[in-house]
Design a protein around this ligand. Structure first.
Ligand code: TMP
Length: 220
């Protein structure tokens, strides 16, 4: 993996960049909203965003990417995600970080590594190349990986009536995804924290805030 596993943001000329990651039904969106509220109470500007999407151009690309009818090759998917990410970084994330805002993003480059890489078998060197080209120095300062057993996550996602291209895939795909996220965390321990998300949302949030406090020194 090409990344230097060193947090660089916050106070040092730009705002903090925090990403939330996980498989289907991990509870990212709920945790992101709670964390955004907590950070907002400290008085800092908070920008919440998501991938694929997060800028007008990238939202257009999202509609193709989440269409269950669109049969795309893994490389095509990865390149579309990377293209959308470039637009998102350029138009939303980098300007927000530059003015000192704290950016909370629901999924980012680790999703490409987990889904297209570990899940769909795209070569790691290809994911590295796209990451170097598109993300470059704008790696997150902290990545919270919400971990739930596959059956629990899929049950939650189906309960919400979510039917994207990945939900219908075999159980084994989701197991690869989960193992992939753990591998990502093991390789970048200073940036990533795995959170047991198979607990009530308030308990998970307590853990999330503790990690943000400890890793980034933000008084939550
Ligand atoms: P969401 O359900 O969290 O909104 O994400 C949409 C889907 O896009 C989800 O199934 C994961 C997938 N995805 C990838 O496969 N690769 C990526 O790089 C990103 C950002 C998302």
């Amino acid at each position: 993996m090409a990344e230097a596993d060193v947090p660089t943001g916050g106070g040092a000329g730009r705002g903090w960049f925090i990403t939330l990651e996980g498989g289907e039904g991990a509870g990212k969106t709920t945790q992101l909203c709670s964390l955004a509220n907590a950070l907002g109470e400290t008085g800092c500007e908070v920008v919440t965003t998501r991938e694929p999407g997060g800028s007008p151009g990238a939202e257009r690309v999202r509609s193709v990417l989440i269409d269950p009818e669109a049969a795309l090759t893994p490389l095509c998917e990865a390149m579309l995600h990377a293209g959308a990410r470039h637009d998102h970084l350029t138009n939303t994330i980098r300007p927000a970080l530059a003015r000192g805002a704290c950016v909370l993003c629901d999924r980012f480059t680790d999703s490409t590594r987990a889904y297209q890489g570990f899940g769909l078998g795209l070569a790691e060197s290809t994911v590295d190349t796209l990451e170097e080209l598109v993300v470059a120095e704008t790696m997150p300062d902290l990545t919270l990986i919400l971990d739930v057993p596959v059956d629990v996550g899929l049950e939650r996602a189906r309960g919400r009536g979510i039917h994207d291209r990945y939900e219908a895939m075999a159980f084994a795909f989701h197991e690869h995804l989960r193992a992939g996220y753990r591998a990502i965390a093991a390789r970048a321990p200073a940036r990533c924290a795995v959170v047991d998300a198979n607990r009530p949302a308030e308990v998970v949030q307590t853990d999330v805030r503790r990690i943000v406090r400890e890793r980034l020194g933000i008084a939550l």
